[in-house]
Write a protein that binds this ligand. Sequence first.
Ligand SMILES: Nc1ncnc2c1ncn2[C@@H]1O[C@H](COP(=O)(O)OP(=O)(O)OP(=O)(O)O)[C@@H](O)[C@H]1O
Ligand SMILES: [Mg+2]
Length: 248
Amino acid sequence: MKVSIIKFGGSLTKNLKAQGKFLKEIAQLSKTQKIILIHGGGPEINYFLEKFEVQSKFVNGLRQTDKDSIGIVELALSGKVNKSLTGQLIKEGAKAVGISGKDGLSVICKRVKSLGLVGEPIRVNQKLIENLMSFGFLPVISPISIDKDGNTLNVNADSFASAIAAAFKAERLVFLTDVSGVLDKNKKLIKQIRLGDIEALIKDGTITGGMLPKIKSCAECIKKGIKEVWIADGISGIKNLKGTAIVK
Ligand SMILES: Nc1ncnc2c1ncn2[C@@H]1O[C@H](COP(=O)(O)OP(=O)(O)OP(=O)(O)O)[C@@H](O)[C@H]1O
Ligand SMILES: [Mg+2]
């Protein structure tokens, strides 16, 4: 199945102009091609954690999640962000359906114990998502997933997107975020990154924080044979793609 996987960074939900433009483009594109939209929700998660006065911390760009925060993370991602994006897409004329990795047992994870209730995808069941697309629906997916015992787990949206992309043998995978792509130490855009360059960029501290799971997810997908992988500028949108191409 020819499908594009687009991950819309939670970082972009702060930028209503970029978000509006992007959703308009996706709504239009979804009428002629198969798209799976995956989203993050960093700022919304932080907003709700603050409201409920729950702390959280990041380890290598991944959010530690415990029994106090998992419900809040799910509320922010599968509730607020997912339903808001789905609603706006419907307004723009798309047949959007908002689900999470949990629904239909679509993404099964193993727990990353050191991070608490955090999951790493180990299996993707394509059935539900495939069926939605075959009926012309646009799946909008929150990365909250489950393990084999049915525990709710927080999954970084970048690793989630790469698991979906690999399972669907996607034509292309695009990570839209709040920067113009991967930047070098002088904050200049790196237009192309080869698989072999990644380790050095991490080691010398060029790539940090939220860019870590993103670049690792890109590397996974290139290794699994996905031809077109981008970390791109969410402000330029999806039609006029600008950013860093990750290549073999
Ligand atoms: N070399 C780099 N080039 C560009 N950005 C980098 C780099 N190293 C670290 N970053 C950080 O990565 C951030 C993007 O990742 P972040 O996780 O914050 O956003 P996102 O993945 O789009 O949103 P979300 O995680 O909510 O889905 C940038 O805003 C920047 O602060
Ligand atoms: Mg991120």
